[in-house]
Design a protein around this ligand. Structure first.
Ligand SMILES: Cc1cc2nc3c(=O)[nH]c(=O)nc-3n(C[C@H](O)[C@H](O)[C@H](O)COP(=O)(O)O)c2cc1C
Length: 205
C-alpha cells in the first residue's frame, strides 16, 4: 500500500477506491487522519461557506453506539476510524467573519454579509439546512479520494438514523448528518467497479 510520502494521483485513487466493509484493526496514525481531513477541507463550496463539520470516532464504545444508530452495519465497528460528516448552517452563518479572506476591507466584509443575507433570505430554515447538507457531499467525495490516495480503504454510509446519530455524537440541533465514513486498512478486496457506460449518462451538444 502507498505511504503518506507517496500518495496516489487523483486518477489512480479514483480507480483504486472501492467500498470496503472488512478492516484490519490496526489504529490509524493521528497524522494520517489530520492530513486526510486537511486535504478534505480544501473541497470547494458555494460562497466558500464550508458548512461541513467532522467528528472523528475512534473510541470503541462510541463506535458501538454509532453502529446502533447505523443499522448495525459491520464496518462501523470493524474500522479503526469512523468519520461523521455533518453540516451546520447555523454555525456557518453565525461565523461569516471566519471565512473572509485575510486583508478584506470593512466594505468587502459588509458586502459579503449582504450578499449572503440576500442569498438565504428567501429560504426557510429547513431549506438552508438542506443547502448545507448538499454541500457536505462535496466534502464526502474529497474524503473518499484523499483517504484512498493515502492508502486507506473507506466505506461511505447513508444508512443510518439521523436523529440517533445526532444523539450519539451530541451534535447540535442545527446539524444535518451527511454521511458516515468508515476508514482503515482493507481486509477484503471489495467489488469490482460496475458503472454505466458514458453513452448512457452523457449527452453532448
Ligand atoms: C452517499 C453514499 C451512501 C452509501 N451508503 C451505504 C451504506 O449505508 N451501506 C453500505 O454498505 N454501502 C453504502 N454505500 C456504498 C455504495 O453501495 C457503493 O459506493 C456502490 O455500490 C459502488 O461500489 P464501490 O463504492 O465499491 O465503487 C454508499 C455510498 C455512497 C456514495
Amino acid at each position: 500500500m502507498p505511504t503518506l510520502a507517496q500518495p496516489l494521483s487523483v486518477p489512480d485513487a479514483a480507480h483504486a477506491r472501492h467500498s470496503i466493509r472488512a478492516y484490519s484493526p490496526e489504529p490509524i496514525p493521528q497524522a494520517s487522519i489530520d492530513t486526510i481531513l486537511r486535504e478534505t477541507s480544501l473541497a470547494p463550496s458555494a460562497f466558500n461557506l464550508q458548512p461541513w463539520r467532522f467528528v472523528v470516532v475512534t473510541d470503541v464504545a462510541a463506535k458501538q453506539r454509532l453502529a446502533g444508530a447505523a443499522y448495525r452495519q459491520k464496518q462501523v465497528t470493524a474500522a479503526p476510524v469512523v468519520f461523521a460528516i455533518f453540516s451546520d448552517m447555523a454555525d456557518t452563518l453565525e461565523h461569516l467573519d471566519q471565512i473572509m479572506r485575510p486583508g478584506a476591507s470593512p466594505e468587502q466584509v459588509a458586502g459579503f454579509r449582504k450578499m449572503i443575507a440576500g442569498a438565504f433570505a428567501s429560504k426557510t430554515e429547513a431549506e438552508r439546512e438542506e443547502w448545507g447538507h448538499e454541500q457536505g457531499f462535496i466534502a464526502l467525495g474529497y474524503l473518499l479520494l484523499t483517504a484512498t490516495a493515502h492508502g486507506y480503504a473507506t466505506s461511505p454510509m447513508s444508512g443510518f438514523d439521523e436523529a440517533a446519530v445526532k444523539q450519539v455524537l451530541e451534535l447540535p440541533a442545527s446539524a444535518r448528518v451527511v454521511a458516515l465514513v468508515a476508514m482503515g486498512r482493507a481486509a477484503e478486496e471489495g467489488a469490482p467497479h460496475h458503472r454505466h457506460d458514458l453513452d448512457r449518462i452523457v449527452r453532448k451538444i
